[in-house]
Design a protein around this ligand. Structure first.
Ligand code: SF4
Ligand code: SF4
Length: 192
């Protein structure tokens, strides 16, 4: 490959290094996001199709494309401390439409896991969801209004989940306890 000479050694070094050329980048963060998400985040070419497909984008400052860029550049602190990280609804529209077959949703999930693991602020409603899943097996448990609708539709009052088979709840609790999620959620919420 012929390398261009711009008369600026620092710039030439940056151009040779296609991924990392900002001072606060962390290569390990990029690698960790890639490993946890299991997707080829480094292949993002910033076309913006993901943001254009995102139901959160028109209603908030959240831009999935920005998080993809942060993943590539290793901008750990910018990604993990940004409250917008928690505005993804995990609808997977972006993943369906990415022309490079990347899964941006899974990049966000990886970043959220890392944010929790490294003690960054997690919104209260996410912590409360952990508590609900621990207790009922559901992030959104059934309620009497839903049961009445289900009955009208000829369905059993409860779906065939842990609502019908509560004997599976201890198994769910075991998984959550393995990662210390419930204890941490309880601790953070009680401190608040
Ligand atoms: S749609 Fe895919 S390639 Fe385009 S910006 Fe989003 S993640 Fe990157
Ligand atoms: S999965 Fe998240 S980032 Fe992707 S389109 Fe849905 S809300 Fe937006």
């Amino acid at each position: 490959m012929v390398e261009k000479n711009y008369g600026n050694p620092e710039l030439e070094k940056k151009l040779r290094d296609r991924n990392y050329y900002v001072t606060d980048s962390n290569k390990d963060f990029s690698a960790e996001v890639k490993k946890l998400s299991g997707t080829i985040s480094h292949m993002c070419y910033q076309c913006g199709t993901c943001t254009g497909s995102c139901p959160s984008a028109p209603r908030s400052s959240y831009r999935i494309r920005v998080f993809m860029r942060r993943a590539i550049l290793g901008l750990e602190e910018e990604a993990l401390s940004d409250p917008d990280l928690w505005l993804c609804t995990t609808c997977y529209s972006c993943s369906d439409r990415c022309p490079r077959d990347i899964l941006p949703t899974d990049v966000i999930m990886a970043m959220r896991n890392l944010a929790f693991k490294t003690g960054h602020a997690v919104p209260k409603n996410f912590l409360q969801t952990v508590q609900l899943i621990y207790k009922t097996g559901h992030g959104v448990p059934n309620n009497d209004a839903n049961r009445a609708v289900r009955e009208r539709l000829g369905l059993p009052r409860d779906p065939p989940t842990t609502h019908t088979y509560p004997e599976y709840i201890p198994g769910i609790q075991k998984i959550i306890d393995h990662y210390n999620l419930k204890a941490e959620a309880d601790r953070i919420l009680s401190e608040e």
